[in-house]
Design a binder for this molecule. Structure first.
Ligand code: THU
Length: 141
């Protein structure tokens, strides 16, 4: 669903503001793409992240994974309710494939919000973004 941030619920607007602030911290001297993320976990706590690039390129961390790693390292196992990712792109970027796999590890009715600086926001269920995901349950079957 495509909409604008002005029409979003207050808790989504809050995630957007926090992701925009995180984006300002992006370390991206190689790509020049600043990305900010904010995740809300099941107890309502919000964690933020920005992309952190590396001169080896391959060691780069995406904003979404930084936010998730911060959350797990502070909280232990988490259930992700919402992921907000903000870029200056039109249309807004959804999370990359590697981030989708990491979200799958902790997803629980997760909703993904891809937004840009103009306030456009595209909301998708995580299940639609990564159908038939490989999850921890597969290891126990
Ligand atoms: N990036 C993210 O932070 N999140 C994504 O979902 C896609 C890509 C970052 C990685 C890199 O620093 C820059 O965007 C260009 O790929």
């Amino acid at each position: 669903m495509s909409s604008t941030i002005e029409l979003a619920e207050p808790h989504i607007q809050q995630l957007y503001q926090l992701a925009c602030a995180a984006r300002e911290k992006a370390y991206c001297p190689y790509s020049g793409y600043q990305v900010g993320a904010a995740i809300r976990i099941s107890d309502g706590t919000i964690y933020t992240g920005c992309n952190v690039e590396n001169s080896s390129y391959g060691a780069t961390n995406c904003a979404e994974r930084v936010a998730i790693q911060k959350a797990v390292s502070e909280h232990g196992k988490i259930q992700i309710a919402d992921v907000m990712v903000v870029t200056d792109a039109n249309p807004p970027w959804p999370p990359c494939g590697m981030c989708r796999q990491v979200i799958a590890e902790f997803s629980a009715q997760t909703v993904i919000h891809a937004a840009n600086l103009q306030g456009e926001i595209i909301t998708t269920s995580f299940a639609d973004l990564l159908p038939q995901a490989f999850t921890p349950e597969h290891l126990h079957r």
